[in-house]
Design a protein around this ligand. Structure first.
Ligand SMILES: Cc1ncc(COP(=O)(O)O)c(C=O)c1O
Ligand SMILES: N[C@@H](CCOP(=O)(O)O)C(=O)O
Length: 465
């Protein structure tokens, strides 16, 4: 299986090359040339299997035979041994036909751990096989950074540089990035917002001389392996709820569109998913796009769900590629228009295809607080603000015929201020993070200027120049 770029101008790559490349050289995102599929019978055969067994079966076709099966299984087992719940992604019933899939039992309490722990092991393996090192850069609005630092800290073949928006992540998120005691970790607070950080990362990938000199690799969801690992929990959950003989709907708190795109891929692979519902906060660019057919950037607002305070939703490009019938020239035109004018229009045919698979909704700050408060009052279950957006939006789309699963993307203790002000409850960090807020911090502050950031990274990476 080869991986092709959404912009159609980069050479197709095998799995290991796409893994290390992150962003394609034409600025596009990699996708498999065709989707591997599973029949209903094959999906039924996964019933009763562990998360790790299902992960192995569902993901192996994507590895293109480039990772030995036993080694891949060992990586999966290692990745999920770091989780504190045996089911990895357990389900909690919150209503007669409503569930939250808890994705926050990994070491940094966010769904990012699910993919990042596997990604780090895959990269380590490929770099060791090739006798190479890599410089990893990542942009974060709060959660990707902590998960990446946890997964890569102390790894000898990689130096990791995480860019986060200065003063715009929660104190817990910041500490998860700034207190790692490892010399290969560099947390950088950027004077700007998340979109500035993400633009810097993409600009570094597009600077070929720099990219090649420091052997740049990415851990954001621009990296196909991130999306790939996130496909698994759609399968485990659907199977637990009666799939493939029953359709399930998923509501996904969305920012960069990676998590929900993984659900789309699961559907393409044969998993009977009814609807995929995009849930946004007041930065509702995706909900507006589905309604109007125009992707139109606005000023980003700071909300109580900072990880979703995003205007440039990276993986929407992957969906456009699909909706345009994999016509890369149309993706290039849309992305050029976005760069030039901050917007693009989606033609009727493509929009129809998107609307067939997806619904979308937004939750205001008031609705988020009310959802946290009411859910706690009703059931004693404490939601984090991101998951609360999912629960709020899902309520408008629930129907008796298909169970509705909201992706629980973070633990409430990552956002204690918002949770306490909504519910009166002060969520506590688990014991292994109990001293997090007293650990010594180490980070640098940089302006959002490409040359500046490249010089900083170039001087600190251990890649041979
Ligand atoms: C807690 C949380 N929820 C939701 C999201 C949105 O996920 P995605 O960017 O994959 O759409 C993020 C960030 O990615 C997050 O950290
Ligand atoms: N919400 C994310 C933003 C980056 O998303 P990614 O999935 O592309 O890594 C975060 O928490 O950092």
């Amino acid at each position: 299986m080869k991986y092709i770029s959404t912009r159609g101008e980069a050479a197709p790559l095998g799995f290991c090359d796409a893994l290390l490349a992150g962003l394609a050289r034409d600025g596009g995102l990699y996708l498999p040339k065709e989707w591997p599929t599973f029949s209903k019978k094959e999906i039924r055969a996964l019933r009763g299997k562990s998360y790790q067994e299902i992960a192995f079966t569902v993901l192996q076709p994507f590895t293109n035979g480039e990772i030995p099966a036993a080694k891949f299984r060992e990586m999966i087992d290692g990745a999920y041994a770091t989780f504190r719940h045996p089911a990895i992604a357990p389900l909690v019933q919150t209503g007669p036909n409503a569930f939250v899939m808890e994705l926050f039992h990994g070491s940094t309490l966010a769904f990012k751990d699910v993919a990042m722990q596997l990604l780090a092991r895959l990269m380590d393996h490929v770099l060791a096989e090739r006798g190479e090192r890599a410089t990893i850069v990542g942009a974060t609005s709060g959660d990707t950074g902590g998960a990446a630092i946890d997964a890569f800290a102390g790894r000898d073949r990689t130096d990791i540089f995480i860019l986060f928006p200065h003063g715009k992540v929660s104190p817990v998120q910041q500490r998860q990035m700034t207190t790692a005691n490892a010399s290969n970790v560099h947390a950088i607070a950027v004077n700007g917002n998340f979109d500035d950080c993400q633009n810097l990362v993409k600009a570094m990938f597009n600077d070929t001389a720099f990219r090649d000199r420091v052997k740049l690799s990415g851990v954001n969801s621009i990296n196909w392996a991130r999306i790939m690992a996130q496909i698994v929990y759609y399968f485990t959950t659907a199977i637990a709820l009666g799939g493939p003989d029953r359709k399930i709907s998923f509501t996904v708190p969305t920012g960069n569109f990676g998590d929900i795109f993984a659900g789309y891929v699961a559907k393409r692979m044969g998993l009977p998913i009814d609807k995929l519902i995009i849930a946004t906060n007041e930065n509702d660019i995706l909900a507006r796009t589905l309604k109007t057919g125009r992707y139109e950037m606005r000023e980003v607002k700071a909300t109580t769900s900072p990880s979703m305070d995003i205007q440039i939703s990276s993986n929407f490009e992957r969906l456009l590629f699909e909706a345009f019938g994999r016509e890369a020239s149309e993706v290039r035109a849309a992305m050029a228009s976005l760069k030039q004018s901050g917007s693009f229009a989606i033609e009727e045919g493509a929009l129809k295809k998107i609307r067939k698979e997806f619904r979308a909704g937004r939750a205001s700050e008031k609705q988020v607080a009310a959802t946290i408060r009411d859910t706690f009052k009703k059931s004693g279950y404490l939601l984090d603000p991101h998951t609360a957006i999912g629960v709020s939006v899902a309520a408008k789309h629930e129907k008796p015929s298909a169970p509705m699963v909201v992706l629980g993307t973070a633990h409430p203790a990552k956002f204690p201020d918002a949770v306490k002000s909504a519910s009166g409850i002060d969520p506590t960090l688990p014991t292994w993070l109990a001293d997090l807020m007293t650990r010594a911090e180490r980070f640098d502050i940089l302006d959002a200027e490409l040359k500046n950031v490249e010089t900083f990274i170039g001087e600190r990476t251990r890649v041979q120049k």
